[in-house]
Design a protein around this ligand. Structure first.
Ligand code: NAD
Ligand code: DAU
Length: 380
């Protein structure tokens, strides 16, 4: 079968990647979508059960660091698009094991770039018909202060370019030209990968685009990250380890809104450009945690707030960034994207999803999800 485009999505068995794969497989039956994933602890093919039999979908278990394998796959599949999400993504793990982060996030990205560039330069695919799209994070910009020039106590509302009001904890935001100041081994590795992507554009003319996104939330997130971990703990009445004083601020975006932005930028984003993607939705951790407790309690028929005593303040994360806040007005202005979901709606939907998918969570926490590849695709 001939497809209009042949696209590799790396890290498609992970949290955001699975939403991106699903969106592309369902919305573009004329494209072949090749999900390239190593299936580390964070990769879970059960995230894609609903689309795994579609004729335009193929899963390939592969490490992005395997240059020969990646090159061969790109050649065999006549690839003309790469959407690169595969990464080690958890800050706490990066503090314990920085080498793995450098290996996957830096060397892995370099291996993909080198393979893509060789394929692209040897092919007759026009510049406008090829894209290497690198998914990165707002953490590369470092941390912002909790300040307001008029001394107004945060949180306060500011106006997004769309005219919508949103919650903010400071008057400064990450814009695309903000200096890179990563603090954790994770963000340092992502920053380094971003530099390599720009270098391949500037040096070899590889058609690249980069996006830096804020914290995502929604279904299929690995329960080591704040929101799914805490929902699961509240359900089972386990302690909620709040780092430091819970004062850190994150800007939360519903994962399907991120996937929608990726779709738009893959198709319409300008080559060589960087776009920030954010939720215009800042929350102090402790306030967000209280919303989670109230929502889980309510949905489980408990008295709202009765699990507040699960909050347990623990030693802060080393190098813990105080505040992230994305200014995504460039993306709104140039490509017309903005978040579709209000936070209240998104968080309710998310809590409901985890409560309704206890089996998914149990499989992940027990490790059973790692048997899925063999069960579905057979022994290697
Ligand atoms: P995740 O940890 O849930 O998934 C990562 C996926 O990459 C997994 O399926 C894993 O198996 C795969 N992978 C890891 N190492 C690999 C390797 N060497 N070769 C092939 N596959 C490998 O991550 P996520 O939260 O979905 O994040 C996806 C991307 O988005 C990452 O690049 C991350 O930096 C970026 N990002 C994440 C967020 C967020 O809030 N989660 C926000 C902004 C940007
Ligand atoms: O900003 C984008 C980034 O968001 C992505 O690039 C990362 O891949 C993603 O993991 C996320 O990073 P964070 O470190 O912000 O996410 P995490 O869910 O680990 O933590 C959110 C906040 O909650 C952070 O301030 C640390 C705090 N926290 C986290 C955990 C897991 C706690 O207080 N207790 C916890 O147990």
């Amino acid at each position: 079968m001939n497809f209009k485009r042949n696209i590799i999505i790396t890290g498609g068995a992970g949290f955001i990647g699975s939403h991106v794969v699903r969106l592309f497989v369902n919305n573009y039956p004329e494209y072949k979508i090749i999900n390239l994933d190593k299936l580390t602890y964070a990769g879970n093919l059960a995230n894609l059960k609903d689309i795994e039999d579609k004729p335009n979908y193929r899963f390939v278990k592969m490490d992005i660091c395997d240059f020969d394998g990646v090159y061969q796959l790109m050649q065999d599949e006549h690839v003309d698009g790469i959407i690169h999400l595969a990464a080690e993504s958890h800050v706490d793990r990066s503090i314990k094991d920085p080498f793995t982060f450098a290996q996957t996030n830096v060397m892995g990205t370099l291996s993909l770039l080198q393979a893509a560039n060789q394929i692209y330069s040897a092919s007759r695919i026009p510049h406008s018909a090829f894209k290497f799209y690198h998914i990165s994070t707002d953490e590369v910009y470092g941390a912002l202060e909790l300040t307001h020039p008029l001394g107004i106590e945060p949180p306060f509302t500011t106006k997004a370019s769309s005219g919508k009001h949103h919650l903010a904890y400071g008057d400064q935001f990450f814009t695309e030209d903000k200096k890179y100041q990563p603090h954790s081994p994770y963000s340092a590795s992502k920053a380094s990968s971003d530099h390599f992507v720009r270098a391949f554009h500037d040096t070899y003319g590889l058609p690249t685009v980069i996006t830096n996104c804020s914290n995502n939330y929604g279904p299929y997130q690995f329960p080591e990250k704040l929101i799914p971990l805490f929902i699961n703990n509240i359900r089972h009445r386990k302690p909620l380890p709040v780092y430091g004083k819970g004062e850190n601020v994150r800007d939360w975006l519903y994962v399907e809104d991120h996937a929608r932005a990726i779709d738009l930028i893959f198709h319409e984003g300008k080559v060589g450009e960087t776009y920030n993607i954010g939720g215009f939705n800042e929350w102090k951790n402790i306030d967000l945690i209280k919303v989670l407790i109230n929502t889980v309690d309510r949905l489980l028929g408990r008295k709202e707030g009765e699990d507040m005593d699960l909050i347990t303040y623990v030693t802060d994360r080393a190098g813990h960034d105080l505040r992230y806040a994305i200014d995504s007005s460039k993306l709104q202005r140039e490509l017309g994207w903005e978040p579709s979901l209000q936070f209240e709606e998104g968080i309710e939907k998310t809590v409901r999803w985890y409560l309704d998918h206890q089996e998914w969570l149990d499989n992940v926490t027990s490790g059973d999800y790692q048997k899925y590849y063999e069960e579905y695709y057979g022994k290697e």
